[in-house]
Design a protein around this ligand. Structure first.
Ligand code: F0G
Length: 424
């Protein structure tokens, strides 16, 4: 069965191997599956029969869709925790806040290391194993490094992470250190860390596991496969997703393109990709109808996960927006933290960047882009425990330029029976 890597710029095709940039023009790759071959092998029934399976690797919400993720990899090469199988939530507070009756949140913070990254990482590390790699690396705003460190250790590989100094949430840094990665602090931002890791892997032969690696994108497609299966093989009207380095936005469009070609869905949902106002190069590109991305030099946002000025996957992401008749929007830090407080107080909880989806959905309803009656799925990308500082400082009113509009109950310093009586 043919499966190739195809350059998204010049179209040149390569055999899958340890490459992530086209030797002809420097473009990045798509994994191109043989859909005609796959069509014969798969069905909704097959995927449904694997639900609840205890058999390796089908317990995973990624490998349940194995034929659509990585048909070449063998069982013994698959490194799985397992991941996926994340829940869809609905809550009246979020319905009230956004004004959307049919709003759901798919909680990717329920993955093994607390973010959606595990879905791309299980595919990326399994490919690393297939290729016989033993040293992997990534640049990260935190979650990719936590995930890569865990999966590399499980697979018995060494890992190196490059992080922007002082700019990643402690929950994530502690995971990367604890799982055993070699951590390099880069004096600069994520984009500087990204350049350094690309140079290091080019010159030192280290296997790169950022989403520039097309197998990461293949794994992340499973968020949409699983969502569509959860909705009984029907499509929502909208999928709203936080956007930083644009791996997810890219993966979702590819997933829907393949699902439609395989006749597993009839309608492609519209994708709304949401950036933070201070880190919004993709929003500007789309808004101004440019065909080239102009990087934001000093990105700034409380949502450190998406504090990215020069996203590597912007061309693929633009393709997604065009394919799905989607849109790009931006939200302020105040809007992000307010939406997070609403998600948190509904008992669901998330890290700041994740709340950009719900904040974006609210804004798009207010502008009339999303109709209140439409079915909307917001992707919650990371767990509430990833960035406790942001949460505590919001509720204590200590975040610069952000006021706590949805404060939880203040902490009572002096505990006593009378103090308890006063609050009930
Ligand atoms: N939400 C969270 C919690 C993230 O960690 C990220 C990206 C995003 C959203 C944005 O997703 O890059 O696919 O557009 N985090 C990367 C990292 C950059 O290094 O952990 P994207």
């Amino acid at each position: 069965m043919g499966i190739t890597l195809r350059c998204i710029d010049c179209g040149k095709e390569f055999e899958p191997s340890r490459i992530y940039e086209c030797s002809n023009c420097g473009g990045i790759f798509d994994v191109v599956p043989d859909l005609d071959f796959i069509r014969e092998k798969i069905s909704k029934r097959l995927f449904d029969s694997r639900l609840g399976s205890r058999e390796f690797p089908y317990r995973s919400g990624v490998w349940r869709f194995r034929e659509l993720i990585h048909p070449l990899v063998k069982d013994k090469e698959i490194v799985s925790r397992p991941e996926g199988d994340t829940n869809l939530y609905s809550h009246k507070k979020v319905i009230q806040y956004t004004g959307i009756e049919n709003i759901f949140m798919k909680h990717e913070g329920e993955n093994p290391t607390g973010s959606f990254k595990d879905r791309g990482m299980t595919a990326g590390i399994s490919e690393a194993k297939r290729l016989g790699m033993n040293l992997v690396a990534c640049a990260s705003t935190g979650n990719t490094s936590a995930s890569m460190a865990a999966y590399a250790s499980m697979a018995g590989m060494r890992s190196i992470v490059f992080i922007p100094e002082g700019e990643i949430a402690f929950g994530k840094l502690s995971q990367a250190m604890a799982y055993g990665a070699q951590v390099f602090q880069v004096s600069g931002n994520f984009d500087d860390a990204m350049s350094l890791v690309q140079k290091s892997s080019r010159e030192l032969g280290i296997y790169l596991l950022n989403s520039i690696n097309p197998w990461r994108v293949e794994g992340q497609k499973s968020i949409m496969f699983e969502l569509i299966q959860q909705l009984n093989w029907s499509s929502p009207d909208w999928v709203v997703v936080p956007a930083g380095n644009l791996g997810n936005t890219s993966a979702f469009g590819k997933a829907f393109d393949e699902l439609e070609k395989l006749e597993l869905i009839e309608e492609i949902p519209r994708i709304a990709s949401i950036q933070a106002t201070g880190a919004d190069p993709f929003y500007r590109t789309w808004k101004e109808k440019k065909e080239e991305l102009e990087p934001v030099k000093d990105p700034e946002t409380i949502a450190t996960a998406i504090k990215i000025g020069n996203p590597v996957s912007w061309k693929k992401a633009l393709r997604t927006i065009k394919l799905t008749n989607g849109i790009v929007e931006e939200v302020t830090d105040q809007e992000i933290m307010d939406a997070k407080a609403v998600i948190d107080s509904s008992g669901i909880g998330c890290e700041p960047a994740s709340a950009a989806s719900v904040a974006g959905a609210k804004k798009l309803v207010e502008s009339g882009m999303i109709d209140k009656k439409e079915r909307v799925v917001c992707i919650i990308t990371g767990n509430i425990l990833k960035d406790p500082d942001a949460t505590i400082n919001y509720h204590l009113g200590k975040l610069k330029g952000i006021s706590p509009r949805f404060p939880n109950n203040p902490v009572v310093i002096e505990a006593s029976l009378d103090a308890v009586r006063n609050v009930i």
